[in-house]
Design a protein around this ligand. Structure first.
Ligand SMILES: *Cc1c(COP(=O)(O)O)cnc(C)c1O
Length: 370
């Protein structure tokens, strides 16, 4: 067969993946070692410690699922919920909706809080839901809803959830390593994220973490977890130091890349990284508004690293403009999802893609095209 595929060099400014650091890409080319090799085991221990540091948690049950963010979501839900369990899930975009689908497949009784897309769940809405369902086993929210660019405040809701003796589960795929996120301080009981957003590693892995409260719930399960691969009672032995037992073959090269990417985050410092995302966001915002773009989400709940914007009035075919950006300038931005398809763009400035140079390239290209 004569093959044609030859990947172009893109500038990634969509909802993920983001540009990877050359050191991270180079790590992927490291010669393979066995996944039970003592050196690999040492790397897994270091990865676990760095995930704990970046989540700002001391949770022992912290590890990396060998599959993308959606599998992290599924890991949390299939382990914490059993058929018949009640839960509250906040839906203000695509990813909350996905949680509902998974929870329903488990056979859980889902109480859904429907929030207008682009907005966040309020404490009043949570209080009302907890009146209708006073003893949910779990309450789940999306911290950074990538389909809309909304950033969910968590601290007050966390108190409400714990007063109801319930577990707080959070999707941090797009907030992790880009905006303030404090797992222990905010009382998050189950959290999952991905590698390809602000961490700027290749997609395909999902760091997760569970609190002591969540571990207690896991220990009390009455039925086996419906997924063999994601069953924590089996996976956790794979991530537990000397007792490590074979569960599946870890994606060795991806873990090399993750190890390097986490190291780069810690070298920069979490707070510096949060600050950088805010600063570049302000710079991007200025440029976009000058061109006639306007923000979907109000400033108080606006995600800095995922900018969802309405297009300038003169643009009547956003898909064509997006394609021109890709074909002629090698810049990828995201289109809208669901009700926002064809109406907004989602511009990511995540991790390595969060630089003023990236913004200059995008704004310059748009000035040409408009
Ligand atoms: C990207 C994303 C996911 C899914 O991650 P995948 O790696 O694509 O499976 C889940 N939640 C949010 C908020 C996301 O942005």
């Amino acid at each position: 067969m004569k093959y044609k595929f030859n990947p172009p060099k893109r500038i990634l400014m969509g909802p993920g993946p983001s540009d990877a650091h050359p050191k991270v890409l180079k790590a992927m080319a490291t010669p393979l070692i066995g996944h039970l090799d003592p050196h690999f085991v040492m790397m897994m221990d270091e990865v676990k410690a760095m995930v704990q540091q970046t989540f700002l948690t001391k949770n022992k049950l912290t590890f990396v699922v060998s599959a993308p963010g959606s599998a992290g979501m599924e890991t949390c839900l299939v382990n914490l919920l059993e058929p018949g369990d009640e839960c509250i899930i906040c839906v203000n975009g695509v990813f909350g909706g996905r949680m509902v689908q998974i929870a329903e497949r488990i056979g859980a009784r889902v109480h859904q809080i429907d929030v207008e897309w682009g907005k966040v769940t309020t404490t009043a809405q949570m209080k009302k839901a907890l009146k209708q369902c006073p003893k949910p086993k779990l309450v789940a929210l999306v911290h950074a809803e990538t389909s809309t660019g909304a950033l969910q405040p968590l601290k007050e809701i966390s108190d409400l959830v714990h007063n109801a003796n319930s577990l707080l589960m959070v999707d941090a795929v797009t907030s992790y390593c880009g905006v303030e996120l404090k797992v222990d301080e905010w009382g998050i009981d189950a959290i999952y994220t991905g590698t390809q957003k602000n961490l700027s590693a290749p997609p395909g892995l999902s760091p997760v973490s569970f609190s002591k409260r969540a571990e207690k719930v896991l220990d009390k399960r009455k039925t086996p977890v419906q997924s063999w691969f994601l069953d924590l009672s089996l996976v956790k032995n794979y991530w537990q130091g000397a007792k490590r037992a074979y569960h599946h073959t870890a994606p060795v090269s991806s873990v090399y890349a993750l190890h390097k990417a986490l190291g780069l985050v810690l070298d920069e410092g979490l707070e510096n990284r949060w600050k950088r995302h805010q600063e570049v966001h302000q710079y991007l915002k200025k440029g976009l508004e000058k061109l006639g773009f306007s923000y979907l989400v109000k400033p108080t709940h606006r995600l800095p690293n995922l900018n969802s914007v309405y297009l300038p009035k003169q643009v009547n075919n956003e898909a064509k403009l997006r394609r021109q950006l890709l074909d002629d300038y090698n810049i990828e931005v995201g289109g809208g999802l669901g009700a926002f398809a064809g109406k907004i763009w989602r511009i990511g400035i995540m991790g390595e893609s969060c630089t003023k140079n990236h913004v200059n390239m995008l704004i310059g290209a748009l000035e040409d095209l408009l």
